[in-house]
Design a protein around this ligand. Structure first.
Ligand SMILES: Cc1cc2nc3c(=O)[nH]c(=O)nc-3n(C[C@H](O)[C@H](O)[C@H](O)COP(=O)(O)OP(=O)(O)OC[C@H]3O[C@@H](n4cnc5c(N)ncnc54)[C@H](O)[C@@H]3O)c2cc1C
Length: 411
């Protein structure tokens, strides 16, 4: 079986590892080729900030720098795939060469999505790949970057803000809504804001950037108010978008990402997709969605390998789940950020909010004390009617085992 994996992020690498681990039980020894547009060994994007701060690369190369040798993967770093021809079972690389396959896994992840003019001007940095992040950090470490401006306060923007602040740079971060608006409700976001401001980071909210201005080089960011913000370094952190453009004309069904079923199969035979590039469905609502987070990428990579080898499998759906520990206060954000009813408890910087709909948990946000997260998530996934628990749910020591039989929850 000749398997070609496009992309060496957590989705592609997990698929490769799982294939290697499971194949012997099917008496198969797949020949695995993995291509990455980037020149580095497979790495972990969430570990980049820590790597640039500490220089330690053990978490960055999360499966080891030699993982491809260990898993007998024919790894081709620095090769970009330009097209896929499903009828011929071939992928065309940008250097003009072709790679044949019998089974194809599309795991090309996502890149910066910047729906504003000027984002591609020289001097606008992003943090969406190791190479891009390195350019920014090397410039900051070389000196001469006293001030920086980050456009977009999602979790990547906030992570870059904390990193640049720790590297000694004055940081301003702006967003048209509030901090991490796709993940946090406004009240929880205010606690994160306080933490950033305590570090000396300037947070400007409800400020929409219209464009990065400049001719041959970026010189400022123009806001909808007409104000022009100026800094020594500019970073675009306005969102992410699946890398699907090279698949145009391939016959694959593509929406925001590559559409897959509950076995991560695309609409074409022998082609699967996983990770940030795959449009799956939300575990709770069932709606088609791309939840571009690490746990979804690795879970989907595993499903691909199981299905390819003929093991029965059923992807339960993608989740919104973010745990933030690098901020001054721990945050846990799972599921929806609103419901028809909210249970709320707050004491100082400790905040617990559980969002309910029809008596069921549809999401929760915990700040300062994340105890209970596992319990709430289990209740949410089981769609357990929690009305009987009332305000007891907000107690960090609340345990479902005290109240309902584990059989109800886990079967
Ligand atoms: C700074 C940062 C912090 C993050 N922090 C968190 C976090 O705390 N928690 C969390 O859950 N998630 C986090 N994420 C998101 C998480 O990293 C992604 O969801 C995950 O990496 C997706 O894995 P993937 O394998 O689908 O894609 P990616 O990791 O994006 O990998 C895609 C791969 O495809 C390759 N590729 C792309 N196009 C081509 C092409 N045309 N030809 C060949 N190869 C190609 C790339 O080179 C790369 O190897 C963070 C992301 C970033 C950038």
């Amino acid at each position: 079986m000749r398997v070609l994996i496009l992309g060496a992020g957590p989705a592609g690498l997990t698929a490769a590892r799982t294939l290697r681990e499971l194949a012997p039980s099917r008496s198969i020894d797949p020949a695995i080729t993995m291509v990455s547009a980037e020149p580095s060994p497979p790495y972990s994007p969430p570990a980049m900030a820590d790597y640039f701060l500490t220089g330690r690369n053990d978490a960055l190369y999360w499966q080891g720098e030699d993982v491809c040798e260990c898993l007998r993967i024919d790894y081709r770093p620095g090769f970009c795939v330009a097209s896929v021809f499903p009828d011929q079972r071939q992928a065309l690389l940008e250097d003009g060469s072709y790679l044949d396959y019998e089974r194809l896994i599309i795991a090309t992840g996502s890149r910066l999505h910047a729906p504003l003019r000027g984002y591609d001007l020289p001097g606008v940095y992003n943090f969406k790949s190791l190479a891009a992040a390195r350019q920014l950090v090397e410039r900051v470490k070389a000196g001469g970057v006293d001030t920086s401006l980050i456009v977009g306060a999602g979790f990547i923007g906030v992570e870059v803000a904390v990193l640049l602040n720790e590297l000694g740079c004055a940081v301003t971060i702006i967003d048209k809504l509030w901090l991490m608006p796709n993940i946090l409700d406004q009240e929880t976001a205010e606690l994160v804001q306080k933490d950033l401001e305590n570090r000396g980071i300037t947070v400007r909210l409800h400020a929409e950037a219209l464009r990065f201005s400049g001719e041959s080089d970026v010189t400022g960011v123009e806001l909808d108010s007409g104000e022009m913000l100026v800094a020594d370094a500019y970073i675009a952190a306005t969102g992410v978008k699946p890398n699907v453009e090279f698949l145009e004309g391939s016959g694959l069904d593509i929406g925001w990402g590559v559409r897959v079923d509950n076995r991560m199969r695309t609409n074409l035979p022998n082609i699967w997709a996983a990770g940030d590039v795959a449009e799956t469905f939300d575990r709770m609502s069932g709606e088609r969605y791309v939840h571009a987070i690490w746990p979804n990428a690795t879970a989907q990579g595993e499903v691909v390998a199981h299905d390819m080898l003929g093991f029965s499998t059923n992807y339960a759906g993608a989740e919104t789940m973010n745990s933030m520990k690098h901020l001054g206060l721990p945050i846990m954000a799972v599921g929806a950020a609103r419901g028809s009813e909210t249970l709320r408890w707050r004491k100082g910087d400790k905040l617990r909010k559980i969002f309910l709909h029809d008596g069921r948990i549809v999401g929760f946000r915990l700040a300062g004390d994340t105890r209970g997260a596992g319990t709430y998530r289990a209740l949410m996934l089981r769609r357990t009617d929690v009305r009987g628990f009332g305000e007891d749910l907000l107690d960090p020591r609340f345990r479902i085992t005290r109240c309902v039989s584990p059989d109800v929850l886990y079967h």
